[in-house]
Design a protein around this ligand. Structure first.
Ligand SMILES: *Cc1c(COP(=O)(O)O)cnc(C)c1O
Length: 224
């Protein structure tokens, strides 16, 4: 098994090259290490190699791992679908939630914050559904403007950007139209962050304007 440290280095090089090719400033993409399906030891290796941003996709899985992962300065981002009934706990254990896809969920998160320490605001992204696959979570494009308005009106949520997960394809070029569309939406809604691109298509996402890529396999290897 290759070391997490070497893998992380290789991914950072890929990001730097893609930024350069796209004529974008150095360090203008945040690398989120997607640690779902991997044990705390492996995640700690990434932390020791300087990684601070992590993505997990299930509240329950992270709940089980987090006691072993009290890493100072680490930022935990929820990147998987969130059910309203888990919103309260998610708001407690994650620092960023990238998968808000309904007004109901947004209100639940806002209510959860109201019950917590005063003054805390939670950065959130809207997950956008850009493909017709019935299983893909996310807000349909036809409802996106309205959802953005509703979320922006909640005082304890800080609407930062959009995220999407295109249908899986071996060919990274397949995702390009989705990435481009997400960027157009972010411009229209005046949102600064674009979370898009994974292990196999991060270059295409960066060319299309990603400000954040979510990379699992290329850092940690295959999931169990
Ligand atoms: C698993 C996952 C990723 C990372 O995928 P890899 O192909 O392993 O890099 C990114 N985003 C989301 C939402 C995921 O669930």
């Amino acid at each position: 098994m290759t070391s997490v440290r070497d893998n992380l280095h290789a991914v950072r090089v890929r990001i730097a090259r893609a930024l350069e090719r796209a004529g974008r400033p150095k360090d203008s993409v945040l690398l989120v290490a997607v640690s779902k399906g991997h044990p705390p030891e492996r995640i700690r290796e990434a932390y020791q190699a300087g990684q601070r941003q992590f993505g997990e996709n299930r509240v329950q899985e992270f709940e089980q791992k987090r006691a072993a992962l009290q890493l100072s300065g680490a930022v935990w981002r929820l990147i998987g679908h969130l059910q309203s009934n888990k919103a309260r706990r998610a708001a407690e254990i994650f620092q960023v939630i990238e998968t808000v896809d309904s007004a109901r969920l947004a209100r639940r998160l806002d209510d959860a914050l109201a019950a917590g320490p005063p003054g805390r605001r939670l950065p959130v992204y809207l997950e956008v559904k850009l493909s017709p696959e019935p299983t893909k979570a996310g807000c349909p494009e036809t409802e996106l403007s309205e959802l953005a308005e509703q979320v922006a009106s909640l005082s304890r949520l800080e609407l930062r950007g959009l995220m999407t997960m295109p249908p899986y394809s071996e060919d990274p070029e397949t995702a390009r139209p989705c990435f481009r569309r997400l960027r157009q939406w972010a411009e229209r809604l005046r949102l600064p962050e674009l979370s898009m691109g994974m292990s196999h298509d991060l270059e295409v996402a960066i060319e299309e304007g990603a400000t954040e890529v979510r990379v699992g396999t290329a850092i940690f290897g295959e999931r169990q």
